[in-house]
Write a protein that binds this ligand. Structure first.
Ligand code: HEC
Ligand code: HEC
Ligand code: HEC
Ligand code: HEC
Ligand code: HEC
Length: 326
C-alpha cells in the first residue's frame, strides 16, 4: 500500500513537473523562441522565393522551348502541312509546281556560307544571323533555335537535297505565320479569306478570316517590303512590291497580286520562269507591242538616193509593276 502510495506520489510529482515544464517553457524561452521563429520565417521566405523563381525559370524555359524548335526535324514537324493534301488535293498539287514549293533550292546559299560576310568556318558555327535570306525564303526559321541554323548549314554545305527540298514556303507559312501582320499567329489557327468555325483538320480546327489574305500586302511581306534592317548585314532581294505601290497604284491600277497571279485561288502562282513557252505567251499578252514603220527614200545629195526606215514601237505594260522585276 505504502509503496503504492509512494509510487502514486512520485507519479503525481512527475506529472506536476511535466505540467510545470509545459507551462513554464514558453516563458523561459520567450525571446529565444521569437528569434527562432523569425529565423525560420526568413528561411522559409527565402526558400519559397527561390522555389517560385525556379518554377518561373522552368515554366518560361518550357514556354520558350514550346515556341522554338530545337532540331530541324522538330521545326519541320511544327510546320507540317502534309495533312492538308488529303482534302485540298488540287490546291496542294498546284502549290507543288510553284516556286514557293522550292524556295531555297536556287538561291546559292552554299556560296554565301563559304565566302563573304555570311560565311562560316564550319556548319557548327552557323547561327540564325547567317540566314537573313530565310526571312522570306524559309521564314519558319524565326521559330527555331541557333542549333537548327547549324543543322541547315550542314545540309546545304553537304548538298543534302532531300533535306533542303523540305524547307519551303508551305501552306502553313501563308495560312498561319504570314496570315497576320501585327503580332504572332495563334497556335493551331489557320487564316483564310473566310472564317470556318469547324475546320475538319485534326491540328487546325478553326480558320479565321484574315484581313490581308486577299490584299497585296500579304505577298508584299516577302516580295519587297524594303531592306531587312534588323539584320547585321541588311540586304534587299525582291523589289517588286515597291514598284507596285509607287508606279502601278498611283497611275490608277486597282488589281491585287492575287487577282493577277492567283486567279480562282490558283496556287501554282504563275509565271514560272522555267517554263519558257508559257512565259513567252503570257508576256505577249501582258506586254502588247504596237509597231509602226515608215519606209522612204531620201536624196540628200543630187544623184544619191538613200533608203530610210523609221520604226516606232510602243509597249504597253499591263502588269502591276516593272517588268522585269523580282
Ligand atoms: C479533313 C479535311 C480537311 C483537311 C485535312 C484540311 N482541310 Fe482545310 N478545309 C476543309 C473544308 C471542308 C473546308 C471548307 C469549310 C467551309 O467552307 O465551311 C476547308 C477550308 C479551308 C480554308 C478556308 C478557305 C477560305 O475560304 O478561306 C483554308 C485556308 C484551309 N482549309 C486550309 C487548310 C490547310 C492549310 C490545311 C492543312 C493544315 C487544311 N486546310 C486541312 C477540309 C480540310
Ligand atoms: C504564298 C502563299 C500561300 C501558300 C503557300 C498557300 N496559300 Fe492558300 N491561299 C493563299 C491566298 C492569298 C489565298 C486567297 C486567294 C484569293 O482568294 O484571292 C489562298 C486561298 C486558299 C484557300 C481558299 C480557296 C478558295 O477557293 O477560296 C484554301 C482552301 C487554301 N488556300 C489552302 C491552301 C493549302 C492547302 C496550301 C498548301 C498546299 C496553301 N493554301 C498554300 C496563299 C497561299
Ligand atoms: C513567305 C514569303 C512569301 C510570300 C508571303 C509570298 N511569296 Fe511569292 N515567292 C517567295 C519567294 C522566296 C519566291 C522565290 C522562290 C524561288 O524560286 O527561289 C517566290 C516566288 C514567287 C513567284 C514566281 C516568280 C518567278 O520569277 O517566276 C510568284 C509569281 C510569286 N511568288 C507570287 C506571290 C504572290 C502572288 C503572293 C501573295 C499571294 C506571294 N508570292 C507570297 C516568297 C513569298
Ligand atoms: C495587273 C496584273 C498584275 C498585278 C496587279 C501584279 N502582277 Fe506580277 N506580273 C504580272 C505580269 C503580266 C507579269 C509578267 C509575267 C506574266 O505574264 O505572268 C508579272 C510578273 C511577276 C513576277 C515575276 C517577276 C518578273 O520580273 O517577271 C512576280 C514575282 C510577280 N509578278 C509578283 C507580283 C506581286 C507580288 C504582285 C503584288 C505586289 C504583283 N505581281 C502584281 C501581272 C501583275
Ligand atoms: C525580303 C524578302 C527576301 C529576302 C530577305 C531575300 N529574298 Fe531572294 N527572293 C525573294 C522573292 C520574293 C523572290 C522571288 C522574286 C522573283 O522571282 O521575281 C526571290 C528570288 C531570289 C532568287 C531567284 C530565284 C530562283 O530560284 O532563281 C535568288 C537567287 C535569291 N532570291 C537569292 C537570295 C539570297 C541569296 C538572299 C540572301 C542574301 C535573299 N534572296 C534574300 C525575297 C527575298
Amino acid at each position: 500500500m505504502y509503496v503504492g502510495k509512494q509510487e502514486g506520489a512520485m507519479k503525481g510529482r512527475s506529472i506536476q513537473r511535466i505540467n510545470h515544464r509545459i507551462i513554464r517553457r514558453p516563458r523561459v524561452l520567450w525571446t529565444n523562441q521569437i528569434l527562432r521563429v523569425q529565423k525560420t520565417h526568413w528561411f522559409r521566405g527565402i526558400l519559397i522565393m527561390s522555389m517560385v523563381c525556379i518554377c518561373f525559370i522552368l515554366i518560361s524555359a518550357a514556354w520558350a522551348s514550346d515556341k522554338k524548335a530545337r532540331t530541324l526535324t522538330e521545326l519541320i514537324e511544327m510546320f507540317d502541312s502534309s495533312s492538308c493534301k488529303e482534302c485540298h488535293e488540287e490546291i496542294h498539287a498546284q502549290w507543288e509546281t510553284s516556286h514557293h514549293a522550292r524556295s531555297i533550292m536556287g538561291i546559292f546559299m552554299d556560296r554565301y556560307l563559304q565566302k563573304g560576310v555570311l560565311s562560316v568556318k564550319s556548319p557548327k558555327d552557323a547561327t540564325k544571323k547567317n540566314f537573313p535570306c530565310f526571312k522570306c525564303h524559309f521564314p519558319q526559321l524565326e521559330y527555331a533555335t541557333d542549333k537548327v541554323a547549324s543543322e541547315i548549314a550542314a545540309a546545304i554545305l553537304s548538298k543534302d537535297k532531300a533535306t533542303m527540298s523540305r524547307l519551303n514556303i508551305n501552306c502553313l507559312v501563308c495560312h498561319n505565320q504570314k496570315g497576320v501582320i501585327h503580332g504572332h499567329a495563334e497556335k493551331g489557327m489557320l487564316y483564310g479569306t473566310d472564317s470556318v468555325l469547324e475546320h475538319p483538320d485534326e491540328g487546325y480546327k478553326r480558320v479565321k478570316a484574315s484581313p490581308i489574305m486577299k490584299s497585296s500586302v500579304m505577298c508584299g511581306q516577302c516580295h519587297g517590303l524594303g531592306p531587312n534592317f534588323e539584320f547585321e548585314h541588311p540586304i534587299q532581294c525582291a523589289t517588286l512590291y515597291g514598284s507596285y505601290l509607287h508606279a502601278y497604284v498611283p497611275s490608277g491600277g486597282t488589281k491585287t497580286c492575287q487577282e493577277c497571279h492567283m486567279k480562282d485561288a490558283d496556287h501554282s502562282c504563275p509565271p514560272d520562269f522555267n517554263k519558257r513557252d508559257e512565259i513567252s505567251a503570257r508576256l505577249k499578252k501582258a506586254l502588247p507591242m504596237e509597231v509602226d514603220t515608215l519606209i522612204y527614200k531620201s536624196q540628200f545629195t543630187p544623184g544619191e538616193i538613200i533608203p530610210m526606215l523609221v520604226v516606232k514601237t510602243k509597249i504597253t505594260s499591263k502588269a502591276g509593276h516593272r517588268i522585269p522585276d523580282g
